[in-house]
Design a protein around this ligand. Structure first.
Ligand SMILES: NC(=O)c1ccc[n+]([C@@H]2O[C@H](COP(=O)([O-])OP(=O)(O)OC[C@H]3O[C@@H](n4cnc5c(N)ncnc54)[C@H](OP(=O)(O)O)[C@@H]3O)[C@@H](O)[C@H]2O)c1
Length: 262
């Protein structure tokens, strides 16, 4: 199976391209128009597209709404319009404005920032055009740096490098090991069309997870409470019913610790 992967030099795409048999890296699509996307698909003839290219930084989206819309709504729509089976990354940020405490199921989404608004609009419009598309709402992901790939600050790297960090002591959310996210992509490609919460689950706060990791690795990092933040706590039972079950957040961190002999 030929799988065209967009964003192959990005944090998630670089892991997916290494994990998926038959993965073909797409060129940068930053300035692509609809014709360019069609031509790319005609030339590469993929069975599936895995779309990771995006502006994934909340502050960058808020600073340039037009660029955010282009990257996070218009570009995925161009790919959806090709009619090829597509798997597209979305985000747990779509739950950032929910009224209840969670855990949130797929129908609960209420975004509270522009990045999440654009991702939610993207999900709906992509499914309108291509009901077979698979939209994966991912949690915050971590890994050690990868050779040859620009490093992205993430939970694990921050915990290992910084002397002081603040995380919310009230916000319940999970973090996921990006290598597990990539390893499960082969199964994700076979999912029926729709939206799925996709990643590790956890009923802990970010501060509790950080304290656990600091204790586990005997890290010299001073952890403090960043104050109240909205829960981004996802219920992944829809995904589990389809046979994809992630390790929970602490088990995934334990796996990562073993993988890197940390
Ligand atoms: N990282 C996380 O923790 C996280 C959490 C939840 C959801 N996600 C979602 O997962 C996906 C992948 O995230 P990531 O962390 O791998 O992202 P990333 O590393 O920030 O970016 C991925 C790639 O997107 C391309 N890109 C950047 N700006 C673009 C633009 N204006 N237009 C088109 N393409 C652009 C770049 O590829 P080129 O240089 O080749 O153009 C980049 O390598 C995104 O959809 C993101 O929203 C990520």
């Amino acid at each position: 199976m030929r799988i065209l992967v967009t964003g192959p030099r990005g944090f998630v795409g670089a892991r997916i391209i290494r994990a998926l048999d038959g993965a073909v890296p797409a060129p940068s699509l930053r300035h692509a128009r609809e014709d360019d996307v069609k031509r790319l698909v005609d030339e590469t003839e993929p069975d599936v597209i895995v779309h990771t290219a995006a502006i994934s930084d909340i502050r960058a989206c808020a600073a340039d709404p037009e660029a955010s819309y282009r990257a996070n709504v218009a570009l995925p729509l161009m790919l959806a319009k090709t009619g090829v089976k597509s798997v597209l990354l979305s985000t747990d940020q779509v739950y950032s404005g929910c009224a209840g405490e969670g855990p949130y199921a797929e129908g609960d989404a209420v975004p509270a920032n522009l990045y999440a608004e654009h991702k939610l609009e993207m999900e709906k419009r992509v499914l309108d055009v291509n009901p077979d598309a698979v939209l994966l709402r991912a949690t915050w992901m971590y890994d050690m740096p990868l050779y040859g790939v620009p490093n992205r600050w993430n939970f694990l790297v921050g915990m290992l490098r910084e002397r002081a960090l603040a995380f919310s002591g009230t916000s319940h959310r999970a973090v996921s090991y990006v290598r597990e996210v990539a390893a499960r992509m082969e199964q994700a490609v076979a999912l029926p069309g729709g939206v799925y919460n996709y990643g590790s689950e956890s009923d802990m706060t970010m501060l509790e997870i950080a304290r656990w990791l600091a204790e586990e690795l005997k890290l010299d990092v001073r952890l403090s409470d960043a104050g109240p933040e909205h829960n981004l706590w996802m219920d992944c039972s829809k995904l589990k019913r389809q046979g994809i079950a992630f390790n929970d957040t602490l088990d995934a961190l334990r796996q990562c610790i073993r993988d890197y002999s940390l």
